[in-house]
Design a protein around this ligand. Structure first.
Ligand code: AMP
Ligand code: MG
Length: 438
């Protein structure tokens, strides 16, 4: 193994967020190489377009046709031979000899001094290469139109055959996380189904003696298992197969059994809780038997403790592959932040996506924010606009790692980098929108 999660560099006091991401990405790449997940026919399936949203394209989609298939009009207007635009006369007068509709082409040929009334998408008739939009023309008697020739150049308002896509060229590249526009694009080529990567099987479990399932009574000191639902929601955004392994007691035999059962069925196991200082030793012992897992202290807030590594292939697993393991912290906000920061990209990478990073933008902080250099912070905030239309952000109240309301009321993270100190009101800060991600 190139980069063991237990290697000394990862056990130094605090790990920079970027180092943690790099170590995770290297481990995922190694898993892909070992298991040859990419390109393995077992990992590819064919689905119809209406099932393909948020799946990952497994091979380049080549266009079977030129798009558009023929030259056509980009505007409602009049098609004519643009050679007449070379004359010195400022005004051009043309006689309308017919009409072309989208799906109903004009069969004849247009001569000098003539034009054809043409609708957007209608085929360009023989002898025409230019379209003057309707609104630039004046109607004259005897089915004639007039326009000023300085209003356009020869060839304008015409879409050329193959200008969008050429036959045999990739229309969508391998690794695309398929969005609605990709499905529309495939349909525009007459393609009804796509080769996509199979859905990853992701097991989730919650660990903690204090956790209760919904519907159970809360006895003294117990709380509801909320992480199960926020994690399920996060995973559903990625169109994965979720294996819910429920709640596991803080007890070595139960934990070991639950981890083994999950590893047998899943490509990835995500647990929450049980990795903080007080509990890590206990989990560490089990992990040493089951795989190669590092217990990290990451220089971030929230989400400082996190376990990451691989579980060995378990007997009876088909195909016999290792399982990627994320031991997320228990605090409800920390779970979501560590998922956003580390797990999401790893899942996409493992499944062959060629773009794993969520987009960032910048906004003006409405108020000062206290921040210590030496850790990356993910504050929950609401993105808005000031009176000049510039993007602004405002934090959503108390930012404790257990305060889920700060997350629920927010629509974005304000991400304050490792070296960053205090923020003054009016400073620009990095922002990551939740929409479509969290
Ligand atoms: P731990 O990392 O196990 O020490 O947990 C840290 C905090 O998160 C504790 O207050 C736990 O009660 C809480 N917690 C752990 N797991 C969950 C869960 N599944 N749902 C809600 N809160 C949790
Ligand atoms: Mg616990």
């Amino acid at each position: 193994m190139k980069h063991s999660p237990n290697s000394p560099i990862l056990l130094t006091s605090s790990l920079h967020v970027d180092e943690a991401r790099k170590a995770i990405s290297e481990m995922v790449e190694e898993l892909i190489q070992e298991a040859k997940v990419i390109g393995d026919p077992n990992d590819i399936e064919v689905v119809s377009l209406d099932q393909a949203i948020d799946r990952i394209l497994a091979e380049d989609l080549l266009s079977p046709i030129d798009v558009p298939a023929a030259d056509n009009s980009a505007m409602d207007g009049f098609a004519f031979d643009g050679a007449c635009l070379d004359t010195s006369k400022p005004e051009i007068i043309l006689r309308i000899v017919g009409t072309a509709y989208a799906g109903k082409p004009f069969e004849g040929k247009i001569q000098q001094g003539e034009c054809l009334k043409i609708m957007t998408g209608a085929l360009m008739p023989v002898g025409c290469d230019t379209v003057i939009p309707q609104e630039f023309t004046n109607a004259k008697e005897d089915l004639q139109i007039a326009f000023q020739q300085n209003q356009l150049k020869r060839g304008e308002n015409r879409r050329l055959r193959g200008e969008d896509l050429q036959q045999g060229k990739p229309a969508i590249a391998t690794g695309r996380l398929l969005r609605p526009s990709d499905l529309g694009l495939a349909a525009s080529l007459g393609i009804a189904s796509l080769k996509v990567k199979r859905r990853l099987k992701v097991a989730i479990l919650s660990s903690g003696d204090e956790l209760r399932s919904l519907g159970q009574a809360l006895d003294a000191g117990s709380i509801y298992d909320s992480n199960r639902y926020s994690l399920t929601g996060l995973l559903n955004r990625l169109n994965l197969e979720i294996i819910d392994c429920g709640i596991v007691r803080d007890e070595p035999a139960s934990l070991k059994e639950a981890f083994c059962a999950a590893a047998k069925r899943a490509d990835v196991l995500i647990s929450s809780g049980g990795v903080s200082v007080g509990e890590a030793d206990f989990t560490k012992q089990i992990m040493q038997e089951l795989g190669d897992v590092g217990f990290w202290k990451i220089a971030m807030r929230p989400g400082r403790p996190m376990a990451f590594g691989i579980l060995k292939p378990v007997a009876g697993k088909n195909p016999a592959r290792k399982t990627l393991f994320f031991g997320l912290p228990g605090n409800p906000v920390a779970v979501m932040v560590t998922f956003y920061q580390f797990v999401r990209a790893a899942l996409l990478q493992l499944n062959g996506a060629n773009q794993t990073e969520p987009p960032l933008m910048q906004a003006i902080s409405e108020a000062p924010i206290r921040k210590k250099p030496g850790r990356t912070e993910f504050q929950r905030a609401i993105l808005g606009r000031d009176s000049n239309g510039k993007p602004t952000v405002k934090l959503t109240g108390s930012q404790g790692a257990g305060i889920l309301r700060s997350m629920s009321e927010a629509n974005c993270f304000v991400i304050l980098g490792h070296e960053q100190g205090n923020i003054a009101a009016g400073d620009w800060v990095d922002v990551a929108l939740f929409d479509g991600l969290l």
